[in-house]
Structures are given as structure tokens and as C-alpha cells.
Design a protein around this ligand. Structure first.
Ligand SMILES: Cc1ncc(C[n+]2csc(CCOP(=O)(O)OP(=O)(O)O)c2C)c(N)n1
Length: 648
């Protein structure tokens, strides 16, 4: 599936000369480095790190975010591993797997060093359609050898690769964030039980997204954990080449599964970032410029950063405000408004909010700051955290709640835990942010598109609520309405901000004022005789724009908001089901979401309008607003689909 070498140019020039990167050979039989080898290795590490800083900073310049600290950290391990691979290609599987897919800059740089990507093209890091999205995708980018991005999934696969290639050792870069996932414990047992030749190099930088594991996850210790499983574990000082090389050689020479715990501060040598939590994210342009200048790059070679600008969605949407709210942040504020009404003691007794190392992204940070009494900082352990929330709400009539949150992409990990929580009658309010595809530069592995999987009970199970508010005002109303109720409730929000829906022919917000959310009720945003668009979440304002434009053209199309995704409103379905057509517009997977269900609900009721559906249908294109358009969900696409349904 690998495509031809990419050479899309930015017009800009990578200031780091990759031709200077030396093809080193290192034989692990030699337990120490010669002075020349050490010099060459340091030379390569410098080039590697300079390049990582130089091209990831374009993600910052373009407002597309990214990750610098992680790939910067592991450069010494990667350069040593390349030396091993060059010296004895027959002994090692030809890939440096990485369980922390956000460190994708490493893989792109390796592909460029390998001649598969034009070095200048690296400056398109994370841009739409550049084939350099936020996580590695096999088959998309020339030279990329695997897909990664969901923490905790990779080691188990690497075990299987070692089983299929018994004559080779398999290398994997690890991270102290990824190793928190339960999968890694299972993978460790499989590796040890089968004496697999897997070699782990774990960046133990004590930084993840939301904090320092040594502070928020006391008792978590990699060396003890892995040696407890039976791996041979060697510790190294990551920024001391002799120490690192010695440890790596020792693990390569040892038969069976081994790990090097590579201790270092994150982003060593970048004073603004070193050891800091934000070093996990993309390096700001001014910091990159300062770092590269100090490393000897000329001002003119770094001038291109000034020309790179963020691109915005040029479309003006009708029917909603120009200003936008961040629904994922508003979720946290809405929970605070519920907690504000309780005494500290009562809040602590009745509510437990547990984070999964994403508090800044999923809106929980606001709760952490305002109501620390209910808050538990936890690690990258979604299943354990969800079940802890479920346990807190075990035996509750709804007045005691566990609150859980992560990205919607990782809802898929929690399905079985959700089933058991339901069978245990638990009360949990879950917030899955980053639903849909909008602005997910992290790309396909971070798409939150299978949210309907959360409602996986049988027909006689107690009901599960799936709610996807259309704007920030509706988010507040939903949270307040469903907070202290029994059972499992799931609230969804997007990564992107959304405008506020306006009342018809008015500048007043539809969901402001005295609006009350009624679970299960579908809301007629516009009434029409020609047919209906049914939508929810971030697609509502986009559908409203299309509907308004169509109505101006004389097509009397109606629009229904369905904020409760999984309950049929019998009155509403009769109205739109009896109209000439129904078009479902959503940003979740067309295969598993409303579009694939509403048709059955209609037929069940002997309602047979013309039926069409639009949802997420393909892998991502990277970038931000471009993702929605790439799915065929752009403004003109909706208009076109409705017109096609309207045609006789
Ligand atoms: C299953 C899963 N949960 C959450 C995330 C979001 N996430 C990306 S990186 C990260 C933690 C990063 O820590 P680490 O892996 O140690 O990387 P570093 O900060 O050192 O780059 C998290 C929580 C994810 N990608 N996968």
C-alpha cells in the first residue's frame, strides 16, 4: 500500500541538513563506545534533535499543535538503535516501533533520513493532506512502518511480531505514560511466559499530559513493575551516552524480553521546556527559534516561521452566532455549577470526578481547580478509571455519582467496563470529548466516531443516555438535567469550538434563557413540508446553515435536533417520518451511528420517507477544519444531499 516518495514542497527549506546524518554501525558485542563512535553518535543526536525542533514547530506556527518533547527525548536511543540495525540488519526486525504514537516526528524523520520523504516536506507536519498527521498511519506515509497512537496497544502487537520472526529481536520505544495502561501488564506476562525477544527502551521522563506521574500516581514505578513481571530490566541515564549505550548493549545481549528504563528530564537542554509538563506538547516558535539559533542556525534560515500562518474555515454559517464556545470546557463549568450548590462535605460524599491524564483537554481541569474535594487525578488507565467511577456510583439511586472523562476515541476501550457497570446498576456520568472528526489533527486513531457503542445493553436493560449537545448553552442544560440521575449517562462534545444556535429570525440564543433540556425529546429547529434534516452535536449548526440556504432558495426543508441520540421521540418521528424525505447529518461513523439506525426506526413504524445519511466515512486527512470537508460533510455537501433527496 505504500505510496510513492512524498515531495510536496512548502516553498520553505528545512534548516537542518539531513545529509550530515552519518550512517553509523554499532556492534552490540562491543560493550563500550570508542571516542570516535561517541563523537559520531553525539553528532547524529544533535542533528536528530535539531530537526525534530525545527519541523514540529511548524505545527505551532500553523495552530495545528503537535508533540516535540517526546520525540526529542528518545533521539539518543533511536540513533543507537539505527547503529545496531545498520551493523546487523539480519538480527533485528527492521522497525523502531513506538507505543507512544504522538512521538510520530521520530518516524517521519526516520522516513526522511531513509529517503522516503523529501526533508523540506517535513515542514508540513500536521498540515491537512500533507500525509504527515499527528500519529503514524501505515499505508498513508511513505516510510512509516506501523500505526500507533492509542497508548498501550503496541507492546502486545510487538509480542506477536516477535513470535512471527523468532530469529530477530524486535525494538520498541516505550513511555512512562503508555506503560500505565493495563495492556502493558498483559503484554509483559506474554513476553515473559514465551521468552520473546522484545527489547523495550522506555523514556522515563516523569511527564505525561496532565502532570508528573511521580506526583499523581504514587507507587507507580517502572523498574519494579517490569522486573516484577520477570523482565530483565536495566536502568540508564538517558543524557549520558555511555550509560545509555551500556544499558542498551546489555539488554540486546540478554536473551528474552528486556527493558531499559531511560531516566531523563523531558526536553533536556531546552531551558524553557526542560522537565516541564508543557514540554509534552509542541514547541512554541519563539522557543524553537532560540534553541536553533543557539545551535548555530542563521536567522535567515529560520525566517520561514514568520510566513507560516494559521488557516481558518472561511465559511460563514447562517443561523448561529459568530462567537463560539468550547463545549468540552463548558462541561466542567456546568459540573461546577452543580457542585457549587453543595457543601464541601456533601460534594465529597456524593461526587467523585476521576481524570485520565487529559484534564486540560476534556474540561475536568476547571473542576480540579474549583472543587478539589471531589477530584482524583489519575493516569492513562481509562478502563480502571471508568470502573472506579462506576464503583463510586454502585448502589446509588442517582444521588451519588462517579464522573469520568476522556477522548471519545477511547470509549471503544471501555465497552466491556460499561457493560459490567450497567449489570451492576452503577451510576456514572461520562464525558467523552473530541467526539466526531472536527479539528482532529491527531487524525484517524483519535476520531471519536463509535459513540453509539456505549449503549450496548439489551432491549430490556435499564436505559442508557447518550447526549450530544449542539452548543455550550445546551451543554449546560444537559448537564444540569441529567447529573443526579440513576444509571449510565454519556455526554459528548467536540474538540473544536461550536457557535451558538439562534432562534429563528432572531439574535437570541435558542438554548439560553429559560430553556430546559428534556431527555429523549427531539427539537424542531425549523418546520418544513419538503422534508427533514435530522442532526445533532456539531453538525446541527452546519445543517442549520444548509437548511437556511435551501429555504432561501424556496425549498421548505425542516430541521430537527436530536440531542438524545439513542431514544426515539414517538411524536417527532411521526412528523418527519411522514414528510417526503429524511436526511441524517452527523459527524460520527455512518456505519455505527444514527444514520444506520434511524432508517430501521422509521420502517418499524411503517414510515417510509426517502432516506439518506451523511456521516464520517473515511480515514482522516490531517489538519483542522479540513477534516469535516474531507468527510463530505462541508456546507455545500449538505445542500447537495438535501437537494438530491428533494428531487422527484
Ligand atoms: C489510550 C490513550 N489514552 C490517552 C491518550 C492521550 N495521550 C496522548 S499522550 C498521553 C500521555 C503522554 O505521556 P507519555 O506517553 O509518557 O509521553 P511524553 O509526555 O513523554 O511525550 C496521553 C494521555 C492516548 N493517546 N491514548
Amino acid at each position: 500500500m505504500q505510496k510513492e516518495r512524498i515531495s510536496t514542497m512548502t516553498g520553505y527549506h528545512l534548516p537542518v541538513d539531513l545529509k550530515q546524518f552519518k550512517k553509523l554501525t554499532l556492534n552490540p558485542k562491543n560493550t563500550t563506545l570508542t571516542p570516535d563512535q561517541k563523537k559520531d553518535l553525539q553528532h547524529n543526536i544533535n542533528i536528530f534533535r535539531d530537526a525534530i525542533v525545527a519541523f514540529t514547530a511548524t505545527g505551532s506556527a500553523r495552530g495545528q499543535a503537535g508533540h516535540t518533547g517526546g520525540p526529542f527525548d528518545t533521539a539518543p536511543e533511536v540513533c543507537i538503535l539505527l547503529g545496531f540495525l545498520n551493523a546487523n540488519p539480519e538480527k533485528y526486525y527492521d522497525a523502531i516501533f513506538d507505543e507512544a504514537g504522538h512521538r510520530v516526528a521520530t518516524q517521519y524523520l526516520l522516513a526522511a533520513i531513509d529517503g522516503k520523504i523529501e526533508p523540506d516536506h517535513l515542514l508540513n507536519y500536521r498540515d491537512a493532506n500533507s500525509k504527515l498527521p499527528g500519529h503514524p498511519e501505515l499505508g498513508l506515509t511513505p516510510g512509516v512502518k506501523f500505526s500507533s497512537g492509542r497508548l498501550g496497544h503496541m507492546w502486545a502487537m510487538v509480542n506477536g511480531i516477535a513470535m512471527a520472526h523468532r530469529d530477530k529481536a524486535v525494538f520498541m520505544l516505550g513511555s512512562d505514560g503508555s506503560q500505565q495502561e493495563g495492556n502493558d501488564a498483559e503484554a509483559a506476562r506474554i513476553a515473559v511466559a514465551n521468552n520473546l525477544n522484545v527489547k523495550l527502551f522506555i523514556d522515563n521522563n516523569d511527564v505525561t499530559i496532565a502532570g508528573h506521574p511521580s506526583q499523581y500516581l504514587k507507587g507507580y514505578e517502572l523498574e519494579k513493575t517490569l522486573s516484577g513481571h520477570g523482565l530483565t530490566v536495566v536502568r540508564a541515564q538517558g543524557e549520558n551516552i555511555d550509560s545509555l549505550y551500556g544499558a542498551m548493549v546489555k539488554t540486546i545481549q540478554t536473551n528474552g524480553p528486556t527493558a531499559v528504563i531511560v531516566d531523563r528530564k523531558m526536553a533536556p537542554g531546552i531551558p524553557e521546556l526542560e522537565g516541564k509538563i508543557h514540554a509534552h506538547d509542541v514547541v512554541p516558535v519563539d522557543v524553537a527559534r532560540k534553541y536553533l539559533t543557539k545551535r548555530g542556525y542563521a536567522e535567515k534560515d529560520l525566517a520561514f516561521y514568520d510566513q507560516i500562518k494559521a488557516k481558518g474555515n472561511p465559511h460563514q454559517y447562517l443561523g448561529s452566532t459568530k462567537d463560539k464556545g468550547s463545549n468540552r470546557v463548558i462541561f466542567g463549568e456546568a459540573v461546577n455549577s452543580v457542585l457549587d450548590e453543595l457543601s464541601e462535605e456533601e460534594a465529597k460524599r456524593r461526587v467523585m470526578v476521576i481524570d485520565s491524564d487529559l484534564e486540560g483537554s476534556t474540561g475536568l481541569k476547571g473542576i480540579h481547580q474549583k472543587h478539589p474535594e471531589v477530584y482524583v487525578s489519575s493516569g492513562v488507565m481509562e478502563r480502571g478509571n471508568f470502573s472506579a467511577a462506576a464503583g463510586f456510583g454502585f448502589g446509588s439511586d442517582g444521588s451519588r455519582q462517579g464522573v469520568f472523562s476522556t477522548f471519545a476515541a477511547f470509549l471503544e476501550m471501555c465497552i466491556s467496563e460499561i457493560t459490567m457497570a450497567r449489570l451492576n446498576g452503577c451510576s456514572v456520568l461520562s464525558h467523552f470529548s473530541h467526539s466526531g472528526v472536527d479539528e482532529i489533527a491527531d487524525n484517524t486513531c483519535h476520531f471519536g466516531i463509535n459513540n453509539f457503542f456505549a449503549d450496548n445493553g439489551l432491549m430490556d436493560a435499564v436505559s442508557t443516555g447518550l447526549y450530544f449537545p449542539a452548543d455550550g448553552e445546551q451543554m449546560k442544560a444537559v448537564v444540569r438535567s441529567v447529573f443526579f440521575t440513576k444509571g449510565l449517562r454519556f455526554i459528548f462534545s467536540t474538540r473544536s469550538k461550536t457557535p451558538y444556535i439562534l432562534k429563528e429570525n432572531s439574535e437570541e440564543k435558542l438554548y439560553g434563557g429559560d430553556y430546559k433540556f428534556v431527555p429523549g425529546k427531539e427539537e424542531f429547529i425549523r418546520r418544513g413540508k419538503a422534508g427533514y434534516v435530522i442532526s445533532y452535536g456539531d453538525m446541527l449548526y452546519r445543517s442549520l446553515d444548509a437548511v437556511e440556504r435551501l429555504r432561501k432558495e424556496g425549498i421548505d426543508v425542516g430541521l430537527v435536533n436530536k440531542p438524545t441520540l439513542n431514544v426515539v421521540d414517538e411524536e417527532a418521528i411521526k412528523v418527519y417520518g411522514s414528510s417526503p424525505f429524511v436526511v441524517v447529518v452527523e459527524s460520527l461513523a455512518q456505519k455505527t451511528s444514527l444514520g444506520s439506525r434511524l432508517g430501521s426506526h422509521l420502517l418499524d413504524r411503517k414510515l417510509t420517507p426517502k432516506y439518506r445519511m451523511m456521516g464520517a466515512v473515511k480515514e482522516g486527512c490531517g489538519g483542522l477544519y479540513e477534516q469535516i470537508n474531507a468527510q463530505g460533510l462541508g456546507p455545500d455537501d449538505i445542500v447537495r444531499a438535501v437537494k438530491a433527496a428533494h428531487e422527484k
